[in-house]
Write a protein that binds this ligand. Structure first.
Ligand code: NAP
Ligand code: MG
Length: 496
């Protein structure tokens, strides 16, 4: 079978990895469908990419921000034209259903237009001086060369959250895509190039985390690292970046809870739970992996939820009638199967699913049944650890306060949802849930690009994408202009 060969993008040229080695990208719904081969890069390739980015920085930083933003605006328009093609290619390379890959591309389109507007803002702050005849202001400067490391579950949206704000702020970039999903990053960056992005402003280095990723994090001329992925890898990346005194933004895992109160609109809560737990085959950082049910509705909710989970159509995401695509690779299947075993041993009750799907239409892919566990106790591993698959735990509670305590009793803090008609409870939840995102009467998934995105505790290290991205990708410069024509000494000449 023939398939295309892709190279790294360095200084505007498409070049193979120095090693000459490649990695095959295949369709997780059908391993006989080969998407393409991509370079397996290491330190030497990263070195060249960083050199190219440093060179491009000299002129890109001087390009007026509204002009930089024009490239993003054109990118948004081109992505609109290419949306269907890119969505299909994304489904082929990582499996999620077409409706969702269209949404992924749409998120990049929304981000392009949102961030393009920033070209005419990038606001700084002016403030009075404590001295006479002196003017004070603070302006945003680009950081320099930034390294971007992205996961496979939102293969175009997440790279766009990082690339676009970095670019409008005047930085140049080296991006290392997830090994499972380089094609969507190629599609995104090719679109930037077609929209007029100068050579070297964005460079792609494909390869493994340990090969290309760690070389990028360690490179002394990379001034900031923006990483999205697991907490285990994020911890390593954060420590390594700290050794080089780099700015580092870490967006990591979740174990997101949907709380359903007795007074909730039950059908709405069911729709939300189904979408939150099994959308993207449970492979979202914001996936609903715990459903907390108040005793009064627990039995009815459980029965209806399991009935609907059983009816979900699992298959190839290119088939428009399919609701749940494959998991991205065999390792993810093993993780799901491992947690099913752990949950059983812990005494949770398997209500449906629990197995990898094999044979027939599933013979050449990595599919897992939508899986529901009941009788889950908050202390169990299945209630605390991220599965990143179509496996959800039902936990019962008596009072609202207990639900909040259970929701907060984990190491992660990304997304939370509360279903209730009680406005007082809703506001108490907004105040008390330890998470970067709280939804009221909506599922744990569904972030919009212009709000802050990120989490607390082991989910993040305090930065935000979306609304917070410009803060990460710029550094403040304080500017003092003294027009008094004499030496004025702050803290001394104006002291009483
Ligand atoms: P991952 O295994 O942590 O990988 C993330 C990225 O880091 C990939 O590009 C990976 O490369 C790279 N990497 C691996 N080891 C590295 C190292 N030593 N140095 C530098 N880079 C390294 O995560 P994933 O499996 O792709 O994605 C799933 C995880 O991402 C989940 O935990 C999910 O919750 C999290 N996530 C979080 C958010 C958020 O915004 N909070 C959003 C989406 C996903 P390879 O692909 O080559 O391994
Ligand atoms: Mg693939």
């Amino acid at each position: 079978m023939t398939y295309p060969a892709f190279h790294n993008l360095i200084g505007g040229e498409w070049v193979p990895a120095a090693s000459g080695k490649t990695i095959l990208n295949l369709n997780p719904a059908n391993h006989n469908d080969l998407v393409g081969e991509f370079p397996s890069s290491h330190g030497e390739d990263v070195e060249r990419a960083v050199e190219a980015a440093k060179k491009a920085f000299r002129t890109w930083r001087l390009t007026p921000a509204p002009k930089r933003a024009e490239v993003l605006r054109r990118t948004g328009a081109l992505l609109q034209e290419r949306k269907e093609k890119f969505a299909r290619e994304m489904t082929r390379e990582m499996g999620k259903v077409l409706a969702e890959t269209r949404g992924d591309v749409q998120e990049a389109i929304d981000e392009a237009f949102y961030v393009a507007g920033e070209g005419r803002r990038l606001f700084g702050v002016t403030t009075p001086s404590e001295l006479e005849n002196k003017f004070c202001m603070s302006v945003r400067m680009p950081v320099g060369v930034v390294g971007l490391i992205t996961p496979w579950n939102f293969p175009m949206a997440i790279p766009s959250w990082k690339l676009f704000p970095a670019l409008v702020a005047g930085n140049t970039c080296v991006i290392k895509p997830a090994t499972d999903t380089p094609l969507s990053v190629y599609n995104l960056v090719q679109t930037l190039v077609d929209a007029g992005l100068p050579p070297g402003v964005v460079n792609i280095v494909c390869g493994s985390g340990s090969g290309a990723g760690s070389a990028l994090v360690e490179h002394p001329d990379v001034r900031a690292i923006s990483f999205t992925g697991s907490s285990a890898v994020g911890s390593h990346v954060g420590q390594s970046a700290a050794r080089g005194f780099k700015q580092v933004s870490l967006e990591m895992g979740g174990k997101n809870a949907q709380i359903v109160m007795n007074d909730a609109n039950l059908d709405l809560a069911l729709d939300g739970a189904l979408w939150g737990a099994f959308g993207t085959t449970g492979q979202r950082c914001t996936a609903t992996s715990r459903i907390l049910l108040q005793k009064g509705i627990a039995a009815e909710f459980t029965e209806k939820f399991v009935a609907r989970a059983k009816k979900l159509k699992v298959g190839n995401g290119l088939d428009e009638t399919v609701e749940v695509g494959p998991q991205v690779n065999a390792a993810q299947i093993e993780t799901s199967a491992m947690y099913v075993e752990i949950a059983r041993e812990e005494g949770a009750k398997l209500l449906t699913g629990g197995r990898a799907l094999a044979g027939g239409e599933y013979a050449h892919g990595t599919f897992f049944e939508p899986t529901v566990f009941a009788n889950v106790k908050p202390a169990m591993r299945i209630a605390r650890e991220e599965v990143f698959g179509p496996v959800v735990s039902l936990i019962e509670f008596e009072t609202f306060e207990e639900a909040v305590e259970i929701a907060n009793s984990i190491d992660y803090g990304l997304s939370t949802a509360l279903y209730t008609k009680d406005v007082n409870r809703a506001f108490a939840a907004i105040r008390d849930l330890e998470a970067g995102i709280t939804y009221i009467n909506a599922p744990t998934i569904g972030a919009e690009v212009h709000l802050p995105f990120g989490g607390v505790k082991q989910t993040g290290n305090g930065h935000r994408e979306g609304l917070g991205a410009i803060d990460f990708f710029t550094t403040w410069k304080a500017v003092y202009v003294d027009y008094s024509d004499k030496l004025q000494r702050a803290q001394i000449d104006n002291a009483e």
